[in-house]
Design a binder for this molecule. Structure first.
Ligand SMILES: Nc1ncnc2c1ncn2[C@@H]1O[C@H](COP(=O)(O)OP(=O)(O)OP(=O)(O)O)[C@@H](O)[C@H]1O
Length: 249
């Protein structure tokens, strides 16, 4: 299964946001997108999911146009996208219920595993308005993972978490993803997070923006402790930070 973005462009009214942008994401690949604030990262993934129309170009999954109607897309939006009138438990089940009328015992088991690992057991009966930002974010993560999606789009999925919970949740995410890899796009502002989550790291920059740099990342899913790799990793993260700084000028 391969996701292909072919020469997409995007404008809001007369304001160009994305110039012709093309790339592909393999089935067993996570790409991390970094870039200055307001460049169009969220708009790019919303366009890929079909939530907003591109002006030009196409998005294909296995050579067929990508549509939320035919694909199960896991999405963690920037504002968590929780339904305020539903409890944590109802929110986590909300996406999977749209796809399947009957919940199998595997789904129930997966649900219990996710709430346990994401530290949501005590929160199951609360409403989104009663949660902290980090708790709401974990609910949104559980909802996307329970869906067993064939594509994943994550918009700053761990940004509201404290450092320890963030590392734990990143580990949980990668473990879950490895059990069933799907083409995945993660937006992050954190270069270290991009290095942990992304097999490749894309810089979205320019005005209008496009993918202006791609780095292969040999440090995917590694919390580096070995000293010889520490220097290499530092050099790559320094290079990425430098490009990011330039693109913000
Ligand atoms: N629905 C919309 N209508 C008009 N303009 C929009 C709309 N959505 C986003 N924009 C504008 O498009 C630009 C790109 O926004 P987008 O949210 O995609 O950027 P981003 O790179 O994800 O930013 P951030 O890193 O701050 O989240 C911004 O200038 C934003 O104001």
């Amino acid at each position: 299964m391969m996701l292909e973005v072919k020469e997409v462009t995007l404008s809001f009214e007369t304001r160009p946001i994305l110039s012709s942008t093309s790339f592909s994401v393999q089935v067993n690949e996570v790409i991390a997108i970094i870039g200055p604030s307001g460049t169009g990262k969220s708009s790019l993934i919303k366009g890929m999911m079909g939530l907003i129309p591109f002006n030009h170009g196409e998005v294909l999954l296995n050579e067929a146009p990508l549509s939320p109607k035919t694909q199960t897309i896991g999405w963690i939006p920037q504002n968590y996208g929780l339904l305020p009138w539903q409890t944590v438990k109802q929110n986590i089940f909300s996406a999977v219920k749209l796809k399947q009328s009957k919940l199998s015992s595997e789904i129930m088991q997966h649900y219990h595993q996710l709430v346990l690992e994401l530290g949501l057991v005590e929160l199951e009966n609360l409403f989104p308005g009663q949660l902290s930002g980090g708790q709401a974010q974990r609910v949104s993560i559980a909802r996307a993972l329970l869906l067993d999606p064939n594509l994943l789009f994550l918009d700053e999925p761990f940004s509201a978490l404290d450092a320890l919970t963030r590392e734990k949740t990143q580990d949980l995410f990668v473990t879950q993803w490895q059990q069933q890899p799907v083409p995945t796009v993660v937006i992050t502002h954190d270069v270290d997070e991009a290095l942990f989550l992304g097999h490749r790291i894309f810089l979205l920059a320019g005005n209008p923006a496009t993918v202006s740099k791609i780095w292969e990342n040999p440090f995917w899913h590694q919390r580096i402790t070995q000293s010889e790799k520490l220097l290499e990793r530092f050099q790559l993260s320094d290079l990425i930070r430098e490009e990011l700084r330039h693109s913000c000028d």
